[in-house]
Design a protein around this ligand. Structure first.
Ligand SMILES: C[S@@+](CC[C@H](N)C(=O)[O-])C[C@H]1O[C@@H](n2cnc3c(N)ncnc32)[C@H](O)[C@@H]1O
Length: 247
């Protein structure tokens, strides 16, 4: 998919991820991102991230890569366990990583944590160099998910895990309708107030509505070569956690 052209060859469609659009959004909201997360999810985002850490099934000596790490909350949660040898957090927006690096100054753990700029679709790491790769609320923003799945497969050691936390599709229709109302009306209002950038939050919501449901994402992972693909719905399916293994 092109960086700047949408489905009709002109402007990107409302929820369409283009690298240019996504960079602009996250560079602009980096300083208010953590506050927005806590407010818009009523703090539940912390428990979603903790579930991601449990799914990573860390063991001593492991090297963990957290892609689309943003302001680093998943990277820190993984490192806080003090089990893995190292957690590397990457993101392609330096402004988001600047916030993570400021937080890292106040963070101590047995596990080393470092952050570096990298595009999740073109990872600057050797083949088979990580035991676990995690991504929270990142794959939805990638124009080319298949490229990301191929890259994660490449950098994982055989038997390594890919854990994906992402907004998803609540299976219970009335709940889903309420959630979609919240997405369309409440989220842009909160985001607009905090950042004065309401259009970015309209994009974020539309990107959630466009994102494949649980079985479709699982099928994409299988097509990329991953095995033992499964998912777990969190908060009634507002979020799903897919886990898969490099064969
Ligand atoms: C919604 S934030 C999630 C941040 C963090 N994982 C969390 O759970 O709070 C999505 C992040 O993905 C990053 N991102 C989007 N596209 C990317 C790409 N192609 N490569 C690397 N990072 C990307 C954005 O810059 C942003 O920081």
């Amino acid at each position: 998919m092109s960086d700047i052209h949408g489905e009709d060859g002109g402007r990107p469609a409302p929820g369409e991820a283009t690298s240019e659009r996504v960079r602009g959004i996250f560079a602009g909201i980096a300083d208010s991102y953590d506050v927005f997360n806590r407010l818009s999810s009523f703090g539940i985002d912390r428990s979603w991230r903790r579930a991601t850490v449990r799914a990573a099934a860390l063991k001593p000596g492991m090297r963990v890569l957290d892609i689309c790490a943003g302001t680093g909350d998943v990277s820190f949660a993984l490192a806080r366990e003090g089990v893995a040898e190292e957690v590397v957090g990457t993101d392609f927006v330096p402004e988001m990583l600047d916030v993570a690096k400021r937080k890292a100054k106040r963070f101590t753990s047995e596990t080393k944590v470092r952050f570096s700029v990298a595009d999740a679709q073109d990872l600057p790491f050797d083949d088979a160099s990580f035991d676990v790769v995690t991504v929270a609320f990142g794959v939805r923003n990638l124009p080319d998910r298949a490229a990301n799945f191929a890259e994660v497969y490449r950098v994982l050691r055989p038997g390594g895990r890919y854990v994906i936390l992402e907004f998803s599709r609540p299976p219970f229709a009335p709940y889903r309708m309420g959630y979609h109302f919240y997405l369309r009306h409440v989220i842009p209002a909160i985001g607009g107030l905090l950042t004065h950038d309401r259009p970015s939050f309209v994009y974020l919501n539309e990107s959630i509505l466009r994102f494949p449901g649980q079985p479709a994402l699982a099928a994409e992972l299988r097509a990329a070569g991953f095995s033992a693909v499964s998912w777990r719905n969190l908060t009634g399916g507002i979020v799903a956690m897919h886990t898969s293994v490099r064969g």
